[in-house]
Design a protein around this ligand. Structure first.
Ligand SMILES: Cc1ncc(COP(=O)(O)O)c(C=O)c1O
Length: 458
């Protein structure tokens, strides 16, 4: 089908995630057609360097035949096996065991979902069930960070602290609370790591005290806040938050949907700080986007609490496609590529080149901040570097930036507040990075030449 017909059909029928529907109808869809390594091709034959791994998920890069073969073999043998009625399948069982082996030692049990939002939603349901099972029915309140993202399920979108996920959705609920982000570039306590960590710990303590520890179920956080603008906390922040949760008697939940599977260097970001959460949510890099899958990992204490509290009844939480055998087969091969296939090692080797490229752009008149960890990074654009003054939202700079970058052959994430997010695939080579930074600099120069931007600069 030609591109024009696809655009028309899309405009008439397909609802896209997190766009303004009217703006999408006007703009039309950009159809992606194929991918190889770090590169995508659109339906006009335009080649694009993907600097965002799809939606921070294609950590392996595109076009891995071995993943395709794993899916094909499983589809031929057994395309579906329910997990209900005590049934199961070999790939899902093996995958659960491998994840437990790779994850922080506290985590012993795995429930598979279809992605990150239902992993977070499942975690919330398990936590509610756990506290009820323990007879602590008052523990119903959840605390997250400002600018946090925890998906868009009915409950998870309330834990998400980005206003567009609440607008007209009657969220957050009265049980959803937040504390300030560590956001080093704009933290009122300044950029000193100890001061930032102390401020977060104090904020959590105060919030729990305000609500009453016997009413708080859990604190959820991302090790690096992704959709909130790639906000990288100081080293030691995650461990300090874990310790604080232990002291307060609330569950500590780490949402590694973005940061898992080598995105920040190690297999999981928790590993870097010896953090052992009560629950952990995963998705994205688990299957590198080749098939849908997410997971909730939980400690034995949480599992046993729920199991003992059931009193002979089934635990009423399930999905038809939980532990899907094809997704599990894909995930097993993806995990093999991260380890034996050398992708994690390549990510670690290439991370300094990525960091150096981002930091070099701090000299550019538009760039106020550059931050990263591993293969996850961001540039924050400002109208005035000294005052860290944001651009007027009326400029719609993010949209213009995205378009110019696309024309220059790169796909990046342009957040509404003029933060550019990057999540290159772990297969990136030095040459891919050379090309990325050459195209990125050209993009920033062209943005700088826009009359509106020139006028806004101070
Ligand atoms: C930290 C985090 N949690 C949950 C989600 C939701 O995952 P999904 O989009 O697969 O539902 C995301 C998605 O970006 C995420 O970044």
């Amino acid at each position: 089908m030609n591109t024009e017909s696809l655009v028309t059909l899309d405009r008439n029928h397909l609802i896209h995630p997190v766009v303004n529907y009217r703006a999408h109808e006007q703009r039309g869809v950009a159809v992606l057609e194929s991918g190889q390594g770090a590169y995508l091709r659109d339906s006009h034959g335009h080649e694009l360097l993907d600097a965002f791994s799809g939606l921070w998920c294609v950590n392996t890069g595109y076009g891995h035949d071995s993943i395709v073969r794993a899916a094909e073999e499983q589809m031929r043998r057994l395309p579906y096996a329910t997990g209900y009625f005590h049934f199961g399948s070999e790939p899902a069982i093996k995958l659960a065991a491998q994840l437990v082996e790779l994850a922080p030692e506290s985590l012993k049990r795995v429930y598979f979902t279809l992605g990150g939002s239902d992993a977070v939603d499942s975690a919330i349901r398990f936590i509610v069930n756990y506290w009820n099972a323990l007879g602590k029915q008052e523990k119903k309140h959840f605390i997250t960070l400002e600018r946090g993202y925890h998906g868009s399920s009915s409950q998870g979108a309330g834990l998400t602290a980005l206003p567009v996920f609440h607008r007209n959705f009657d969220l957050p609920l009265a049980t959803h609370h937040r504390i300030p982000s560590h956001y080093a570039y704009r933290n009122p306590v300044g950029s000193d790591p100890t001061a930032i960590i102390d401020a977060s710990v104090t904020a959590l303590r105060n919030k729990v005290q305000e609500l009453g520890a016997d009413r708080v179920a859990a604190f959820f956080c991302e090790p690096i806040q992704g959709s909130g603008g790639v906000l990288v906390p100081p080293k030691g922040w995650l461990k300090a938050m874990e310790n604080c949760c232990r002291e307060l008697g609330i569950l500590f939940v780490v949402d590694e949907v973005i940061t898992g599977f080598g995105r920040t260097g190690p297999m999981f970001a928790c590993e870097a700080e010896g953090v052992t959460p009560d629950l952990m949510t995963l998705a994205k890099g688990l299957t590198a986007g080749y098939a849908p899958m997410g997971a909730v990992l939980m400690s034995d204490a949480v599992y046993q609490g729920i199991a003992d509290g059931a009193n002979g009844f089934p635990i009423g939480h399930g999905h038809t496609y939980s532990a899907h055998p094809v997704s599990a087969a894909v995930a097993l091969e993806v995990l093999r590529l991260y380890g034996e296939g050398g992708l994690l090692a390549n990510g670690v080797e290439q991370a300094p080149r990525f960091e150096q490229g981002l930091h070099a752009l701090l000299d550019h008149p538009l760039v106020g901040d550059a931050r990263c960890r591993g293969m996850l990074g961001a540039l924050e654009l400002v109208a005035d570097k000294n005052g860290k003054t944001p651009f007027d939202p009326g400029l719609k700079l993010a949209d213009q930036l995205f378009e110019i970058a696309y024309r220059n052959g790169i796909i990046l994430r342009a957040f509404a507040d003029n933060i550019l997010g990057f999540a290159p695939a772990l297969c990136y080579s030095g040459q891919d990075f050379d090309l990325l930074f050459e195209r990125l600099e050209r993009t920033l120069d062209q943005v700088l030449d826009l009359p509106d931007v020139r006028r806004a600069l101070r």
